[in-house]
Design a protein around this ligand. Structure first.
Ligand code: DGY
Length: 344
């Protein structure tokens, strides 16, 4: 392709994406190659300052300070669907297009949500740990009793409450129909979608919390959804209910969740994301009814490769001063600030 310019990739993304970037002809720098290390802030600022396009991960905070460090930045191509680490308003004001990787991880994340739901309800991690610790001496009828997901022996349809009915929430609902569940959904931005698709019934948040056997979270992190599941919300849930979070950690007040688990307000929680990742709230790791996972809901080989190729495609569009296929702030292209950056 023979493109000029410099693409700064903060951490090593899957090879499929790097290959596309390198083949473009642009100079490509991967700042941090060690998968267990983050990018130092000084390296991030220097990298942004010297590049034309930035390819970050959700681990890099990109606020005004970082964005202002890149006077020549033509765009950001994040390898993630979520972009709460980026101050998009500030980017728009500065004339910087921001792109993400929507759609491609929907099914993989919905599968994983289901794996978490089943794992916590049927106590699979606890039972696994019991086996590998050599504690299984004799089968017994009371060993690791859990909650039913389908109708089970009681014949009662279980209720799943889906908060956030976007692509992933809908894909979770589709899976719930296979378990013959009653599906409640709450999403202030998609009431029409809930009412139209025939799978879920709209519910106000308190009703959803009170009636659900499983509450699963799929909203983006915004000021409105931060701590949406707080102490009051947890107290509304049934003591036999489970909470599943594969969205963003701060949607749940993690300290309140530790209280809820230790006092038995709810039966268990499966978390793929944490409020202050990678840290966990004090006491969370000690809860036997918590299933704790290091943010891997979209981590299938295929999906992560596809996310990387999408990010690379967005990056190259930025470098060519073309509209990126997955831009989240399209209004930026009409700003004087962008035209100045792009030399248009
Ligand atoms: C995302 O893409 O936002 C996920 O959290 C990581 O795949």
């Amino acid at each position: 392709m023979g493109l000029n310019g410099h693409i700064f990739v903060t951490r090593r993304i899957p090879e499929a994406g790097l290959e596309i970037l390198r083949e473009s002809g642009a100079a490509v720098t991967v700042s941090q190659d060690d998968e267990e290390k983050g990018v130092e802030m000084s390296d991030l600022l220097a990298g942004i300052g010297g590049c034309d396009v930035l390819v970050p991960l959700l681990t890099e905070p990109l606020g005004s300070e970082q964005l202002e460090a890149g006077p020549g930045l033509l765009g950001i191509a994040q390898m993630a669907v979520g972009y709460n680490n980026i101050d998009v308003d500030a980017a728009t004001e500065l004339g910087i297009p921001v792109a993400n990787t929507p759609g491609v991880l929907t099914e993989t994340t919905a599968d994983f949500t289901w794996a978490m739901l089943m794992a916590v309800a049927r106590r699979i991690p606890e039972a696994h740990n019991y086996m590998v610790a050599g504690r299984y001496k004799l089968w017994g009828p009371n060993l690791f009793l859990g909650g039913d997901i389908g109708r089970g022996a009681s014949g009662r349809r279980k209720v799943i409450g889906i908060i956030g009915y976007g692509r992933i929430g809908v894909a979770v609902a589709r899976r719930a129909t296979g378990f013959d569940m009653e599906i409640l959904a709450h999403d202030p931005f998609n009431r029409e979608g809930i009412e139209a698709d025939g799978m879920a019934d709209w519910a106000e948040l308190p009703e959803l919390l009170e009636r659900s056997d499983f509450v699963t979270l799929h909203p983006p992190l915004t000021p409105e959804t931060r701590h949406m599941i707080d102490e009051a919300a947890l107290r509304r849930m049934k003591s036999t209910a489970y909470l599943i979070n594969a969205a963003r950690g701060p949607v749940v007040d993690e300290t309140a969740l530790v209280r809820a688990l230790s006092k038995g307000w709810i039966a268990g929680a499966a978390l793929d994301v944490f409020e202050d990742e990678p840290a966990m709230a004090p006491g969370l790791a000690e809860q036997p009814t918590a299933v704790l996972i290091p943010h891997i809901a979209s981590a299938s080989h295929d999906t992560r490769s596809k996310m990387a190729t999408m990010a690379a495609t967005n990056a190259i569009a930025h470098l060519r001063r073309e509209r990126a296929p997955n831009v989240v702030n399209p209004e930026v292209y009409d700003t004087e600030a962008y035209r100045r950056r792009a030399g248009k």
